[in-house]
Design a binder for this molecule. Sequence first.
Ligand code: A4P
Ligand code: MG
Length: 173
Amino acid sequence: MADPVQAEAGVAVFIGLGANLGDRKAALRDALAALGQMPAIKVVRVSPLYGSAPVDAGGPDYLNAVAELATTLTPQALLQALQTIEQAAGRERPYRNAPRTLDLDILWFGDRVIDTPELTVPHPRMAERAFVLRPLADLEPQRVDAAALQAVASQDIHPLEGSDWAGLADPVR
Ligand code: A4P
Ligand code: MG
């Protein structure tokens, strides 16, 4: 069983979720459910669901969203947990930016700045990507300014469903 009290005391983390192969919405929902079942993670809030054309990549359109977690895990342990969930969703890595059943990226881990071979936080490409900035701005409008959104305004992205797409009992704090 999840221990929301323990995880609630943890660090606020924002993750990006994306999928452009298979049952994309089920993959994102299942990933959030799997995260919420981990004792050291609470899923705090989830953004609306967006459809987006691939950026710097080919293949079908993506579904994208951003979630806020609270976790007592270290950044490395959280990355490992995300990669385990990606693998369980059938993620394959034939080449960089290949189409994928599930991609889970750490965007912010509290106010930590991390630069190791395995992990770079804040996510180094987030400022170039409407599929990250738009849902992030829905959750944290004070941290994503108008100029940042304007810089990615030409990218093809559109909201599909409100935060209740994720099936969380209480998607908004
Ligand atoms: N890694 C380093 N920093 C991080 C971090 N902050 N979060 C390392 C997660 N992982 C991080 O990732 C490769 C390695 O990055 C990991 O082993 C981890 O140690 P990966 O997911 O295996 O490979 P990737 O997909 O080639 O890289 P990444 O970073 O997920 O790709 P991007 O840059 O996020 O781009 N267009 C639309 N519309 N929507 C999308 O979701 N996604 C991508 C992927 C491209 N275009 C897209 C979308
Ligand atoms: Mg990734």
